[in-house]
Ligand binder design. Structure first.
Ligand SMILES: [Zn+2]
Length: 156
């Protein structure tokens, strides 16, 4: 999550809302459930929605696309997405489509959160893939970064 926070700060320097994400890959042997290799960061991204004027320019969305490119696979099994803000419906949808193992996020998002706050996409039994969501990791730090950003912006 520290690395995701670094990405959020880099995004802020570009004039973006400070949100960052990394994808960690740890392949697991399906038979023994033991790790086959050390976990490694395979993707990192910050929010780029303003810079690229792309409605899909969310940090975790970009990080998942990078992770797929790195693994040469659309399926992100063995991957955990770390993101500073609770994912929206689109990003939670991509996590479902990519079959991620887990998402760890910092601050909850009362206006758009889809992994526990407004929706629980990760544990919707109607969908063909469920994954673990772990909220609140360095949550105060992630929330404070956003709060300070919007307070500064309002003063301008
Ligand atoms: Zn999103």
């Amino acid at each position: 999550m520290r690395l995701a926070i670094d990405e959020a700060r880099r995004a802020e320097e570009l004039g973006e809302v400070p949100i960052g994400a990394v994808v960690v890959y740890e392949p697991i042997d399906p038979a023994t459930r033991r790790p086959l290799a050390e976990p490694q960061v395979i993707a990192r991204a910050g929010n780029l929605r303003e810079t690229t004027q792309d409605p899909a320019g969310h940090a975790e969305f970009l990080a998942m696309k990078q992770a797929s490119a790195a693994l040469g696979a659309w399926r992100l099994a063995g991957c955990t997405v770390y993101v500073t803000l609770e994912p929206c419906i689109m990003c939670a949808g991509l996590m479902h489509q990519a079959r991620v193992d887990r998402c760890v996020y910092g601050a909850p998002d009362p206006k758009a959160g889809a992994l526990g706050t407004l929706y629980r996409i990760n544990e919707d039994e109607r969908l063909n893939h469920n994954f673990t969501a772990t909220p609140g990791v360095l949550g105060n730090e992630c929330a404070e970064m956003l709060r300070a950003f919007f307070a500064r912006r309002r003063r301008k």
